[in-house]
Design a protein around this ligand. Structure first.
Ligand SMILES: [Zn+2]
Length: 457
């Protein structure tokens, strides 16, 4: 018989179905033993490991009332925290009701909710205004036609550097001869073979990062909203494709005028695709592109289009006049160039405006691109006229210029957007006001179920 090993750490395990790990400083061993069976009974917790960290602060004796309050609070916190700490962290609560509950509180225009120092192990009410979290929770959980506009900030956690921030892509590619790395994202890059090579190198780096990186929790949250049928559209400025690789955020390349439009719209293209400048042939990049020997110009990606060459071969055999051939290039939209899908995107936006979205969330972007800024302004106007929610999420507050342009944001969330799924989940689990339970209907045995019962007997 195997002997039971004693854990050297002061941990107490209660094993049920699934395992949830967490360090909860405000919780003492005794509390967890009192509270856990109730939670297990509700089917909300699997096994819990409450580790004891060396507690240097002296233990104060509590009055009975204080103790009860402490217990209730830590029980709720434990439940919420473990819920947040689960592997499927991004999984936001599914709205139980068909009708959107009435919004009971709306923050005054431009209210800032700071989550920079958010700590899930400390009660939320000690860190922020609960009403603002209520508003956020309401918007994310109950909106029926959400429009999301995202930028590089959403992919940073996945490992793709942001463009503009210090240490971002623009800085990383800056050299003395190039000036800012931003020049590499300019159409003028095609003017000299030297800059084309640099551009190719940058694409290779971006491509490799995009292949290695995984979608972030925030990406998953958007996917979840879409899976629940509540996402009207995702407009993404990111070219890494981390968003559109998720099952409920698919897109179409190229976009067409034919409805239904895909749920996701890539505003600036996709780094994983090449397209021909003449015949519009599109081909996905794979690793082999970077392994094959370069052509005479030293290029591997930006080469003559095989499709155009093929067409000319056929024309030659048929005795027809040869046509000029195109060049393959990454299918991303550069500065100072015409957007290949611009017109279709305009159509999709108009269709979305007519659909009367009830929520607009702008995340991880500073709205430096005029077209995207205009899109946000138009969406915000429609959402506000529909008594919806317009929310900004980014490391920093929007500039005054942006706020004036968009008129206003109902809520400005400052901090890491990756904490939002957990915050919404924690609020849902711990703070959401209890719904009044509907009176139980008397169970009626239907003919069908009776038949089934008879059959089972
Ligand atoms: Zn071609």
């Amino acid at each position: 018989m195997a002997t039971k090993k004693r854990s050297s750490t002061m941990a107490r395990k209660i094993k049920v179905k699934k395992e949830v790990l967490g360090v909860i400083p405000s919780l003492k061993m005794g509390d967890s033993i009192v509270t856990i069976p109730r939670l297990i009974k509700k089917g909300r917790l699997g096994s819990i490991v409450v580790k004891h960290e060396d507690n240097k602060s002296p233990v104060r004796s509590r009055t009975m009332e204080e103790f009860e309050h402490f217990q209730i609070r830590s029980m709720k916190l434990l439940a919420g925290f473990t819920k947040v700490a689960e592997k499927d962290h991004w999984e936001i609560p599914a709205p139980e009701m068909k009708r959107k509950p009435r919004l009971k509180y709306r923050p005054s225009n431009g209210t800032v909710l700071n989550i920079r120092n958010l700590d899930f192990t400390i009660p939320l009410e000690d860190q922020m205004e609960l009403e603002d979290v209520y508003f956020l929770h309401h918007a994310i959980t109950y909106s029926k036609k959400m429009v999301m506009v995202i930028g590089a900030g959403v992919s940073v956690e996945s490992g793709i550097p942001d463009f503009r921030s210090s240490g971002g892509l623009f800085q990383g590619f800056a050299t003395k001869s190039n000036g800012s790395g931003k020049n590499l994202f300019d159409y003028n890059v095609f003017r000299s073979s030297d800059s084309i090579l640099k551009f190719e190198n940058m694409i290779q780096r971006l491509y490799t990062m995009s292949i290695k990186c995984e979608p972030s929790m925030f990406h998953h949250m958007i996917d979840q909203v879409s899976a629940q049928g509540r996402l009207l559209r995702l407009y993404t400025q990111n070219i890494d494709g981390l968003d559109v690789q998720l099952p409920h955020l698919k897109t179409k390349v190229p976009l067409t005028f034919k409805k239904p439009f895909p749920i996701s719209v890539q505003l600036h293209g996709n780094v994983k695709l090449l397209s021909c400048s003449m015949c519009k042939y599109i081909v996905p990049i794979d690793e082999s592109y970077f392994e094959k020997p370069p052509n005479v110009d030293g290029r591997r990606l930006i080469v003559r289009c095989p499709e155009c060459q093929e067409m000319n071969n056929i024309r030659e055999i048929a005795g027809k006049r040869l046509q000029s051939e195109g060049v393959l290039r990454p299918r991303i939209v550069l500065y100072n160039e015409f957007h290949p899908d611009g017109e279709v995107i305009g159509n999709i936006t108009e269709s979305d405006l007519r659909a009367r979205p009830d929520c607009l969330i702008v995340t991880g972007t500073t709205l430096k691109i005029p077209g995207v800024r205009r899109l946000v302004k138009e969406m915000a106007r429609v959402v506000h006229s529909n008594s919806g929610y317009v929310i900004w999420m980014n490391l920093d507050e929007p500039t005054q210029g942006i706020v004036d342009y968009v008129e206003y944001f109902d809520l400005i969330i400052v901090g890491n957007c990756q904490l939002i799924p957990g915050l919404v989940k924690l609020y849902d689990y711990v703070y959401k006001p209890e719904k009044k339970k509907p009176r139980k209907k008397a169970t009626v045995t239907t003919v069908k179920s009776r038949k089934r019962q008879e059959h089972e007997v």
